[in-house]
Ligand binder design. Structure first.
Ligand code: PEP
Ligand code: MG
Length: 595
């Protein structure tokens, strides 16, 4: 062995292969970047004279950002937990507005020539320590509030630094990511996301799919195995992450990537063709969007419409809720771009694991203050959104949908708000589509069971299978510990879907599905066979689903549904579907772990 080879052997680290759950397709090779969200230790650094003004500027910026965040939290807190408890946040805002304190921090930065994080932590920390020394429970709690505030300012100081520090192309490795993290990080050149925890229908996973960035969740230990700078391969098709890959391994994945790209090119040829089965049955195939930026991609993928626009994507990056006018501009732009096709806009589904107001430290956020419940508690926000949507509906291609509906009276109440929004616009002499179509998401078991009653009140139903499955099977959609139990083909799920479809059809309205299941290659023919009129899928899988639809007959799909309904376990159903599809469409890259 040559000396050079010996050296390479010595320095080459052992290849590590981790298996997780594929959350967003694609393959990339790049350097890992460990994204840790805990507040890192605050170092004491000396700042050069010429950099002092910049340090003071950083302080001002972090204070402003913290104040905005706290004001938003305060608003929610007053609404939800009452003025008395919300006072904690008021007190924190008052500290931020305390000019004496801010001036002291600024003076100390200039005089001691130390970094802002250090002075903030020392100065606010002093108060917290003093309070802790008091023999009084109340003062102890206030000390914790001061620490919270201190952490918030430091987090804002460091986040800004962290994001601006990211350079080049990276694969983000994290314990868990929120949708907001995913978005903010994607402003840099991110080649992939790999997390210890998470589920495929967690909202961070949905975001990575929208951003077309490969992602793997539930890797278990990736944050312990990988270090910043390590070379890694991320395979979002199969859920494999390779740390320190050998050159042969890199070649192997390059070949796989080329193969998948060829397959995708083949699919691109279907772009302008309709989603019609081989025996002429038309399927409404549309796409979901999370972020307004995805619109062009949706059009490019050949989608005939948008079956779910998750409007809460609009809130990311805003310190405040956008006004009626700001929302109107955005909705109008989307409706115009999709015209003559339809866009179904869902009212804000805040809560759960999405853009959750920080104050609401709920034990069970998915069973908590979420979706329509938040809207009813914040009629001002709800009405702004409804008016904005109505104003954008003049071309009659916009429909409105309500999330997290549980009972029939919630549907009626939501409709009253819509009536009120219409009346407001009439009074203002503003045009809108008076016959606007209205739908409800069926994603809570209670709503599925009473779908017949709900169907009598609306123009369409759209099944939110991500939530419906988690609530039906009592499996948290974002929890990797139970992700193996999150099974879309369980008989309980299939019979519920069939029940909802029948209920809708009996009332003469159409029924669609917009959860991830709609874009699952094994599920799509089954869903159509069960009677779904519309599938709204994540844009990246749309061409593949179209190919499946065009390759099979409606009759075959009905047979599939009949057989699937007769089987007694989810595993049997999945195996049956896989065998069927592998035989009918041998070209389809159906991984073991196909999403
Ligand atoms: C669903 O629950 O299936 C759905 C489409 O809504 P979300 O994923 O936004 O909760
Ligand atoms: Mg949902």
């Amino acid at each position: 062995m040559s000396e050079e080879n010996v050296q390479t052997q010595k320095t080459m680290k052992k290849e590590i292969i981790l298996k997780g759950i594929p959350a967003s397709p694609g393959i990339s090779v790049g350097a890992a970047f460990l994204f840790a969200k805990e507040i890192p230790r605050v170092d004491e650094r000396t700042v050069r004279d010429e950099d002092l003004p910049h340090e003071v500027e950083r302080l001002e910026h972090a204070i402003q950002k913290s104040a905005k965040e706290l004001n938003k939290i305060l608003l929610f807190a007053q609404m939800k937990v009452g003025d008395a408890k919300a006072k904690i946040f008021e007190a924190q805002i008052m500290v931020l507005e305390d000019q004496v304190l801010i001036d002291t921090i600024k003076q100390r930065i200039r005089k001691e020539k130390k970094n802002t994080e250090y002075i903030v932590s020392d100065e606010i920390g002093k108060y917290a320590k003093l309070m802790m020394r008091a023999h009084d429970e109340y003062m102890h709690e206030r000390a914790h509030d001061m620490e919270d505030l201190q952490n918030r300012i430091i987090r804002n100081l460091q986040q800004e630094k962290l994001i601006s520090k990211l350079e080049g192309s990276i694969i983000v490795v994290a314990h868990i990511l929120t949708p907001a993290d995913t978005m903010i990080l994607s402003r840099n050149h991110v080649l992939g996301y790999a997390t210890d925890l998470g589920g495929t229908t967690s909202h961070a996973a949905l975001f990575s799919r929208s951003l077309k960035i490969p992602a793997i969740v539930a890797l278990g230990d990736v944050t312990r195995e990988a270090e910043t700078g390590d070379l890694v391969i991320i395979d979002g098709y199969s859920g494999t992450l390779v740390i320190h890959p050998t050159p042969e391994r890199i070649d192997e994945y390059e070949r796989k990537r080329e193969h998948m790209m060829r397959f995708e090119e083949e699919l691109a040829e279907l772009k302008d063709l309709p989603a019609v089965t081989s025996d002429g049955h038309n399927v409404e195939l549309s796409a979901n969007i999370e972020l307004p930026q995805e619109l062009e991609y949706v059009v490019l993928q050949g989608s005939r419409g948008v079956g779910l626009y998750r409007t809460e994507g609009l809130l990311i990056g805003w310190d405040d809720f956008p006004s009626e006018d700001e929302q109107y501009q955005e909705y109008k732009r989307i409706a115009d771009r999709i015209y003559p096709h339809r866009v179904i806009m869902r009212t804000f589904d805040i809560g759960g694991d999405k853009i959750a107001p920080e104050m609401a430290e709920e034990q069970n956020p998915f069973l908590g203050w979420r979706g329509i419940r938040v809207c009813f508690d914040r009629p001002d926000l709800f009405m702004n959104q409804l008016r904005a949507m109505l104003r954008a509906s003049t071309r009659k291609n916009l429909a409105i949908m309500f999330p997290m509906i549980t009972t029939i009276d919630e549907v009626r109440k939501a409709k009253e708000y819509l009536q009120q929004a219409k009346a407001d616009l009439h009074a203002r002499n503003v045009k809108f589509d008076d016959g606007i179509q209205l739908g409800v998401m069926i994603e809570v078991p209670a709503a599925a069971l009473t779908a017949a009653l709900i169907a009598a009140e609306v123009d369409f139903l759209s099944v939110g299978s991500n939530d419906l499955i988690q609530y039906l099977l009592a499996v948290d959609r974002g929890n990797s510990l139970v992700s193996a139990l999150y099974r879309e083909f369980e008989p309980a799920v299939l019979t519920t879907l069939k029940h909802v479809i029948n209920a809708g059809h009996k009332q003469g309205i159409w029924v669609g599905i917009c959860g991830e299941m709609a874009g699952h290659p094994l599920a799509a023919p089954l869903l159509i066979g069960l009677g779904m009129d519309e599938l709204s899928v994540v844009p990246v899988v749309l061409p593949e689903i179209k190919k499946i639809i065009r390759s099979l007959s409606h009759k075959q799909m009905q047979e599939i549904a009949k057989t699937a309904l007769s089987l007694t376990t989810g595993k049997e159903v999945e195996k049956y579907l896989r065998d069927f599809l592998m035989k009918a469409l041998p070209d389809l890259p159906l991984d073991d772990t196909t999403l």
